[in-house]
Design a protein around this ligand. Structure first.
Ligand SMILES: [Fe+2]
Ligand SMILES: [Fe+2]
Length: 275
């Protein structure tokens, strides 16, 4: 079974490159399941219900998020309206599971692939250099007690590499893959851990790299140079598609390989390394 996880889709350029590349990749690489982080889909800040549906139409089954989840307030109502309706598309959007109890939305999705393989997706957020939330390690332990599926993907949306690596070891052998998001910079440390969990500290952003993590470099430079408030504008140049492709055994959920993908819009050739 082959799964693709697409890193933080940033603004219109990110959405456009997903629309352009994802359906062909799914066909040519015989991908069974597509998951993507969409926390920056709306101009870099949050995601709207309309954009959720636009992304689901490209073949994405589950959209994870992170600290930007509430930037577009419509999402709160979208989650609230999906209460009691397991078939609402809003159920395919996750917010980190370790947010305070009672927060709108869900941090766990359980579904089946078209071939009938049960899978689960868990979204968690780190606590180092980020807002204080529940302990992602303990929340992961608790969620794993209730998940029946063998194929389990975790998006760990976190700032610190150490926290991400630590959770990778904590979950090794208990989930199919732990993929990091949030920094918008892909890391070259993809590997399958000894007990069968595919791991990458950060999958990287799907969006404009002629930028500072998606935002125009002029505005961010101004911010650092003057410390004055600036208006963040999404950048547009050097758009890249960043993802991880994981092969696993659907019967056990164990990963056999992870491949890092970075496809440059102008080249359209994957610079890939296989482990
Ligand atoms: Fe992000
Ligand atoms: Fe983030």
């Amino acid at each position: 079974m082959r799964i693709i996880f697409v890193g933080d889709i940033f603004g219109k350029p990110g959405r456009a490159v997903v629309r352009e590349l994802l359906p062909d990749l799914v066909r040519s690489r015989a991908i069974d399941l597509v998951i993507a982080n969409g926390e920056n889909a709306a101009g870099g800040f949050g995601i709207t219900p309309a954009l959720v549906e636009e992304l689901l139409e490209t073949g994405i089954e589950v959209i994870t998020t992170g600290n930007h989840v509430w930037d577009k307030r419509e999402l709160i109502e979208y989650f609230n309206m999906a209460q009691g309706n397991p078939y609402s598309p809003a159920r395919r959007v996750l917010r980190p599971a370790n947010y305070p109890a009672g927060t709108p939305g869900w941090g766990l999705y359980e579904g089946q692939t078209q071939d009938g393989v049960p899978y689960a997706v868990i979204n968690l957020q780190g606590r180092v250099f980020m807002g204080s939330n529940e302990d992602p390690f303990r929340v992961a332990d608790d969620l794993l007690k209730q998940v029946q599926a063998k194929v389990i993907l975790v998006d760990f949306h976190a700032e610190a590499t150490s926290e991400k690596i630590a959770l990778g070891w904590h979950l090794d052998g208990r989930v199919t893959a732990l993929l990091g998001t949030h920094t918008h910079v892909p890391t070259a440390d993809e590997r399958v851990l000894p007990n069968g969990t595919a791991y990458q500290t950060d999958v990287g952003m799907t969006g404009p790299y002629d930028s500072v993590i998606g935002v125009t470099k002029e505005t961010i430079l101004q911010k650092f140079l003057t410390n004055m408030p600036v208006r963040f504008e999404p950048a547009t140049g050097d758009v890249r598609f960043c993802a991880a492709v994981i092969d696993c055994d659907p019967a056990t959920g164990r990963a056999s390989s992870i491949e890092r993908l970075m496809i440059n819009e102008s080249v359209m050739q994957p610079e890939a390394q296989r482990r």
